[in-house]
Design a protein around this ligand. Structure first.
Ligand code: GTR
Length: 344
């Protein structure tokens, strides 16, 4: 079967105007992001000898100034002593270091500054957890019925970018947003809403991320909504078992990063995310980009049991061996493609 035939078989809705696609994802999947508020940052601690003395690490408290009081969350900045190529914004599962998904010394050695924000410092990953930023919206304009935790996490990334744009040392660095799995979904949604994300890398983001829902194996809409309803608005549930009835599919979400570069990493053993549909999602989104994924429609559908990479366009993809993880190999495979996009 060719890639074209595999895409045709899915009978995907054709890509639409940006505003329509954004609206569909707000209405039917993640809910809208709250309105921006002013942000300020206070450096709480500076460590001059981070990464064997090659970088300075700062712990910063960000304050989001809402009319009814501030919401504060910590971020961690690692700033190389030499001029960085870009800033990798790592949306993180945890706050503590070391972080197996974000090896700061290696990232610094590869030439990048790092900003880490832990999603749990925004709001818990819990169906009934109206804590943190979620508490601001419960009973007001937003509760998790009108927006989702994924929207709140994405919102927090954007407010952090507001702050990064106020700092002399980070303001002009390209922002490369990286998220793995549920945080890959969040990175895609943030990038869809915020054009200041210069490059978006969603690693193994699977269902509701890069993986098309139609004919998906592994995790389905029913599975994900049953376990994680708080990632979505309730409208999404109606597509459980009715993926064919969706007026969209995940290629709409991916296309919302266009014309900026977009990257996806998949793993052969990550069958829950279903690499075949992650790859086809990237193919289907490609027409929205000036330079899409460099694939040949008439070529045979790749063997998803073998690693491969497609680095020839502004949409990039790799499939590696192994299981669900944001690995060194993912970073090291991503960098050469990223540097092309950054014009280095
Ligand atoms: C799983 C979820 C996936 C993925 C993953 C993760 O339990 O079903 O969609 O997001 O969590 O975030 O590690």
């Amino acid at each position: 079967m060719t890639i074209r035939q595999a895409l045709d078989e899915l009978r995907l809705p054709p890509l639409r105007d940006r505003e329509e696609m954004l609206h569909l994802f707000e209405q039917e999947v993640f809910g809208p992001l709250p309105a921006p508020v002013p942000v300020s940052g206070q450096v709480l601690e500076t460590r001059e000898d981070d990464c064997a003395g090659k970088a300075v690490r700062q712990s910063v408290r960000l304050s989001l100034h809402f009319a009814d009081g501030d919401f504060c969350m910590p971020i961690l900045l690692t700033l190389p002593r030499v001029q960085p190529k870009a800033l990798l914004f790592h949306l993180s599962f945890k706050r503590e270091l070391p972080n197996e998904y974000c090896l700061t010394e290696e990232i610094v050695d590869s030439g990048y500054a790092v900003c880490q924000l832990c999603y749990l410092d925004v709001s818990s990953d819990d169906t009934n957890g109206c804590d943190g930023l979620a508490a601001r919206f419960i009973g007001e304009d937003f509760d998790h019925r009108t927006t989702s935790k994924i929207s709140l996490w994405a919102y927090a990334v954007s407010r952090t970018i507001d702050y990064l744009k106020t700092r002399e040392d980070t303001r002009s660095l390209p922002i490369v947003l990286i998220g793995h799995s549920r945080l890959g979904k969040t990175a895609l949604w943030c990038s869809a809403n915020d054009g200041r994300v210069d490059v978006c890398y969603a690693n193994e983001s699977g269902c509701a991320g890069t993986s098309l829902s139609r004919r998906k194996e592994g995790e389905t809409v029913a599975d994900i909504y049953r376990v994680f309803p708080h990632w979505f608005v309730p409208a999404y549930e109606k597509y459980a078992g009715n993926e064919e009835g969706m007026p969209f599919d995940q290629h709409f979400l991916l296309a919302l990063t266009a014309p900026r570069p977009l990257y996806c990493g998949s793993a052969i053993g990550d069958l829950w995310a279903w690499p075949r549909n992650e790859f086809l999602g990237m193919c289907a989104a490609s027409p929205a980009f000036a330079s899409g994924l460099a694939f040949d429609e008439g070529a045979p559908l790749p063997d998803f049991g073998q690693p491969f990479r497609l680095h020839g366009g502004g949409v990039g993809y790799h499939l590696r061996t192994g299981t669900h993880f944001l690995s060194r190999e993912d970073y090291n495979t991503f960098y050469p493609w990223l540097e092309k996009q950054l014009g280095l």
